[in-house]
Design a protein around this ligand. Structure first.
Ligand SMILES: NC(=O)C1=CN([C@@H]2O[C@H](COP(=O)(O)OP(=O)(O)OC[C@H]3O[C@@H](n4cnc5c(N)ncnc54)[C@H](O)[C@@H]3O)[C@@H](O)[C@H]2O)C=CC1
Ligand SMILES: O=C(O)C(=O)COP(=O)(O)O
Length: 531
């Protein structure tokens, strides 16, 4: 029987669906065009969801998606998925960033040329039996100043095509360096305003965020040359459609081409539909056989690899964890989880901060991921209400006001390598640490005591006055209760006259035994827990 159920709620390529179906662990249901309440009714059954831009994955969907672990977006834009809700619910969101780049750049370029040469309007008259050559005089793109907002994958491909057409390209992107602009032979604008001032054409290739909403506002559109053309094949909402309408009506803008709209599908009486020089397509940028095959197959493998083997590629809400990284950091992740959980069990509650230190060769690994794992272990051990995982651990910590710091030291003094995790509360610090003996992860330090114990299993942790008879008493009490001892590590701190004993047991000790031990004079603390 399949372990995971995946819902494909937007149409993806058949090859993508087949790639999911080949995994025996996965049962796939293709159910597209669902209404919001229909999605809400069934999403609880699924561990994975595959979408394009149609399915809206709202906070309500996440609240109902009790089993959901991952969403795969067969495409780039994830604005139809509530990312914060995904993160809060511990759901990984992955996209397929490069599979539709060329198709979208080609579509945007096609829109620009169609607009410049009145292709749709001219076509309509020809098939209506007219031969009107006068009304459709166009403009050349050669020599025109083109502003590109967003020089990521698609913007860059658009630029190359525009240069081949003899356009002068000026680009604005907050991450575009002078060296890269020079390499691409584009003029680097320091601001969006500077890119647009005096431009003849603008094309947008940026994601829609709170910051980019209406980035093409009235002021920026007005600063373009009279007769300018606007192309938006990125996201509706980037262009202030009302301002564009006003400037088209006044004749400042000559035309507009849109593949995307503030509301999709747009209403039939959309004000821009009345514009004389305009081209509209129904979000077709990525709709080619090639792009759909690329993104469909890619999303299927990403989702499958995540559900089946925990690999994370192209996640938009957490660091990647590909097979290679998983192989190199895998053992450290188990140790990190154990240290986090252990500290949650034996440290104080409501701590102010967690400090994670990496000493020795481990300091060269992706410690960000290991720290996230420590935190996840800690929170899942300490915080019972929320399902904490690698995705939502930082958000849960932030909500709790728990600070996380990490430090690395190239050389570990007493060990080849060591991971040290401390909980800080007020002025006090509570530390546990672990290392490897050969390939085996071991816990070697607990609250000031050097111990040596496993990182998984059932444990009895006892803190007692350092005096004769306590160890014997522990052994005989466990024996009488029928609890077998697998390993025992004793550590004494002579100056404090304190000792701790960590006993690995084969079964959970009965509560009555714990109570008896806790009532025994000289025994200060008894904890029973699993790691
Ligand atoms: N119409 C369609 O069917 C398709 C639309 N898209 C849209 O195209 C957009 C771009 O896609 P890619 O190039 O693949 O993404 P990308 O991530 O490679 O590039 C986006 C670029 O925008 C830049 N950027 C962000 N904020 C900016 C700002 N305020 N001003 C200027 N630049 C800014 C980023 O630094 C980045 O370089 C996507 O966000 C997606 O929404 C993508 C594929 C198909
Ligand atoms: O990849 C993107 O961002 C797109 O906009 C493509 O959308 P679609 O998958 O065609 O609904």
């Amino acid at each position: 029987m399949a372990t995971y159920r995946v819902l494909v709620s937007d149409p993806i390529s058949e090859k993508g669906v087949d790639a999911l179906r080949t995994a025996p662990e996965i049962q796939v249901d293709v159910n597209t065009g669902l209404k919001p309440d229909e999605l809400l009714a069934i999403i609880g059954d699924y561990h994975g969801l595959v979408v394009r831009s149609q399915t809206k994955v709202t906070p309500e969907v996440f609240a109902a998606a009790k089993n959901l672990k991952a969403i795969g977006r067969a495409g780039v834009g994830v604005d139809n998925i509530d990312r914060n809700a995904a993160t809060d619910h511990g759901v990984v969101v992955m996209n397929t960033p490069s599979g539709n780049t060329i198709s979208t750049a080609e579509h945007a370029f096609t829109l620009m040329l169609s607009l410049a040469r009145n292709i749709p309007q001219a076509h309509a008259t020809v098939i209506a039996g007219k031969w009107d050559r006068k009304s459709f005089e166009g403009v050349e793109m050669n020599g025109k100043r083109l502003a590109i907002l967003g020089m990521g994958r698609i913007g860059t491909e658009f630029a190359k095509r525009a240069q081949a057409f003899g356009m002068h390209v000026v680009a604005y992107d907050p991450f575009l360096t002078a060296a890269r602009a020079q390499g691409l032979k584009v003029e680097l604008a320091e601001t969006a305003d500077l890119a647009l001032a005096g431009a003849d054409v603008v094309t947008l290739h940026i994601p829609l965020t709170d910051e980019t909403n209406h980035i093409l506002n009235k002021a920026r559109l007005s600063s373009m040359n009279k007769g300018a053309l606007v192309v938006n094949c990125a996201r509706g909402g980037l262009v202030d459609e009302a301002a564009a309408k006003e400037l088209l009506d006044s004749g400042h803008l000559a035309g507009i081409a849109l593949d995307v709209y503030e509301v999709e599908p747009p209403p039939a009486d959309h004000p821009l539909f009345a514009a004389k020089k305009a081209v509209f397509t129904p979000h077709l940028g990525a709709s080619t056989a090639e792009a759909q095959e690329n993104v469909g197959i890619e999303v299927a493998y990403q989702l499958k690899d995540f559900l089946v083997s925990g690999e994370i590629r192209n996640a938009v809400n957490m660091p990647n964890l590909d097979a290679k990284t998983l192989e190199s950091v895998g053992p450290y992740l188990n140790l990190a989880t154990a240290l986090g959980k252990l500290l949650a069990k034996i440290g104080p509650g409501q701590v102010d901060a967690l400090r994670v230190s990496y000493l020795g060769p481990v300091s060269e690994l992706d410690t960000q991921l290991v720290t996230r794992t420590v935190l996840t272990g800690y929170l899942s051990g300490a915080h019972h209400e929320a399902q904490v995982n690698l995705v939502n651990a930082p958000a849960v910590a932030k909500a709790l006001g728990l600070q996380i710091t990490e430090s690395t030291v190239a050389i570990a003094t007493n060990w080849t390598e060591l991971i040290e995790v401390s909980a800080v509360k007020g002025g006090e610090t509570f530390t546990v640490a672990g290392t490897f003996f050969g390939n085996a992860p071991r816990i070697v330090h607990i609250l000031g005591h050097n111990v040596e114990t496993n990182t998984s299993g059932q444990f009895l942790f006892v803190e007692n006055d350092d005096r004769p008879g306590v160890v014997g008493l522990l052994g005989s009490s466990l024996g009488t209760a029928g609890v077998n001892i697998a390993n025992m590590s004793l550590s004494r701190n002579k100056s404090l006259s304190r000792a701790v004993t960590v006993i690995e047991v084969d079964s959970e000790p009965p509560v009555s035994l714990l109570e008896t031990l806790r009532a025994t004079p000289g025994i200060l603390r008894v904890l029973s827990f699993g790691l």
